[in-house]
Write a protein that binds this ligand. Structure first.
Ligand SMILES: *Cc1c(COP(=O)(O)O)cnc(C)c1O
Length: 300
């Protein structure tokens, strides 16, 4: 596997943090790999071990047409000469987007299924299992995925009062909470669900760490729902990029950074507290036609 040495912790110097006397850092998991980035790398680590033990002939997995997970699996499998299948939600588009073109370049077999058929993922999984493939669930969300994410906590160079990350399935924050509990740290864990009705994230974390008390799920920063944006969020992407050099994507990471900025302005943190944001990667989310055009408009 690759090394996570490159995932450094660095200070995020924004005026709102300085004004409130809080110290915000980012863990640059986005630097782990350009395409197997952030939490997708961590989720893959132990799934890869399970795959090797399974004796299966390849890996099959699930995702939407813009999925960072699909991209990560395609890239990883090409680097490791593993046959792979991406079961993609929705009919095959006439022109493939950047994620699917890259996946194809890396030799992933794309299998498009209707949204209706996609709801029966278990049946599809059984089918591909029958063909000798090891199944990794959508987003890499399983126990092995959470275990990989929990290792992020072992790498931390200092202690933090708060740890934040963006959540889709909640696997990453569940792993982090597990790592925090395992190491008996005092850090409070915060999830920023990027979709509406993110309350379910709490259940996902509870499955990993029963009776957890140091968890807050902030359900009001989804910006309208999954892959939806607001003018404030788009402006924030620009602000963060020009003030710090850190690029974020509008689907996931920008929502986490924006939440921390807003919470700081609202006086949510105590003076002197230390806060860590996990940059979970996924920059290709910024590079779709739709998002580039939205961001561009917000800058003008
Ligand atoms: C997939 C993804 C997430 C969501 O992680 P979960 O473990 O599903 O909560 C967050 N950030 C980025 C950049 C992602 O690609």
């Amino acid at each position: 596997m690759l090394s996570t040495n490159v995932s450094i912790e660095q200070k995020v110097n924004l005026l709102e943090f300085e004004e409130k006397g809080v110290h915000v850092y980012v863990k640059r998991d986005d630097k782990i790999h350009p395409f197997i980035s952030g939490n997708k790398w961590r989720k893959l680590k132990y799934n890869y071990e399970l795959f090797l033990d399974s004796g299966c002939k390849g890996i099959a997995t699930f995702g939407g047409a813009f999925s960072n997970h699909i991209l990560a699996i395609a890239s990883f499998c090409a680097e490791n000469r593993i046959k792979c299948v991406g079961i993609i939600r929705g009919e095959e588009p006439k022109v493939l987007n950047h994620v699917l073109v890259l996946a194809k370049l890396w030799g992933m077999e794309l299998c498009f299924v209707s949204r209706q058929a996609y709801t029966e993922k278990n049946l599809l999984a059984e089918l591909w299992q029958g063909h000798g493939y090891f199944i990794i669930p959508e987003g890499g969300d399983n126990d092995a995925g959470a275990k990989g994410c929990s290792e992020l906590v072992d790498e931390l160079l200092r202690s933090y009062d708060h740890i934040f990350c963006a959540s889709g399935t909640g696997c990453t924050i569940a792993g982090i909470a597990n790592g925090v509990a395992r190491k008996k740290l005092k850090s409070h864990c915060h999830s920023i669900p990027v979709l509406k009705q993110g309350e379910f994230i709490e259940e996902r974390v509870l499955a990993e760490v029963p009776n957890i008390i140091n968890l807050t799920v902030h359900t009001s920063f989804h910006g309208g729902g999954y892959a939806k944006t607001t003018p404030e969020l788009l402006r924030f992407i620009h602000y963060l990029a020009k003030e710090t050099g850190i690029l974020t994507d509008p689907i996931y990471t920008a929502k986490a950074f924006y939440a921390v900025s807003e919470l700081a302005k609202d006086g949510y943190f105590k003076k002197g507290e230390t806060i860590l944001i996990i940059h979970t990667g996924g920059l290709t989310g910024l590079l779709s036609e739709k998002m580039l055009s939205a961001v561009q408009k917000s800058i003008l």
